[in-house]
Write a protein that binds this ligand. Sequence first.
Ligand SMILES: NC(=O)c1ccc[n+]([C@@H]2O[C@H](COP(=O)([O-])OP(=O)(O)OC[C@H]3O[C@@H](n4cnc5c(N)ncnc54)[C@H](O)[C@@H]3O)[C@@H](O)[C@H]2O)c1
Length: 253
Amino acid sequence: MGGRLDGRTAIVTAAAGGIGGATVRRLAEDGARTIIAIDIAPAALSVVCSDAAHRGAEAHPVVLDCTDADAVRETLAEILVSRGPIDILVNLVGRSAQEKASEFWESEPETWRGVLDMCLTSAMLCSRQVVPQMRERQTGKIVNISSDIARRPDRGWVDYAAAKSGIIGFTRALAMELAPAGVNVNAVAPGTIATNAIAKMPPAMMDRMRASIPFGDVGAPEDVANCIAFLVSDDSRYITGQTIGINGGRTTT
Ligand SMILES: NC(=O)c1ccc[n+]([C@@H]2O[C@H](COP(=O)([O-])OP(=O)(O)OC[C@H]3O[C@@H](n4cnc5c(N)ncnc54)[C@H](O)[C@@H]3O)[C@@H](O)[C@H]2O)c1
């Protein structure tokens, strides 16, 4: 029986991470033929690629810092030549200020720039390289990653909320430009998902988080991957410019 992504070629960034790894595995299960898995962590990347290969995909690990404009331009140009046209781009690179997080009144511009580069500029850089051939071929699927924080902010996350809100605007505007070319652009906005990114959260903050989730617990990376797999398939044909919350009911707008 064929999968709904049979024969497709996909790029997934932050592919060695919790959500990225689950996405690569899910796209492979859905029949994607070629998956270019991009990350800065080579060891974790090779594990994810071997998982994808076990699921029948041809998976290529690419070590690339998606915030480095020159490197993204050169590497994605090479990928387009060597692997052919890209049907699917999943932009997952992003991170909060983590240990540098603070309330805005005492924050540093250098920290916001880092967060904006990671969350927003990385998605723009990768999309910029892939969009021209999607326009030309009149087909393609792009999925970006926002966050629940964009719609339900919390103290100490001003830069991350701004960057992830930027992803919602980027998604909407790019979707309008690319709709006439038959290219879908959507975003997912996860709530709290059990990956390394939240493993460092203090237990008291985790308890407060759980108590605020109607389903009573955090999500799994696969919950996000399942939604991404739908958005990059033909099943989402008539959906574009949308940001879908995956948050156990925590935010309903
Ligand atoms: N986990 C959550 O609760 C949650 C919630 C909302 C949104 N998100 C978003 O989901 C995305 C993935 O997060 P995750 O939870 O899977 O994190 P993760 O820490 O498990 O994985 C992140 C991956 O990104 C890679 N990476 C870091 N910098 C990079 C760069 N410059 N270029 C390429 N790769 C880079 C890391 O090596 C790592 O493999 C992020 O954009 C994050 O903001 C996560």
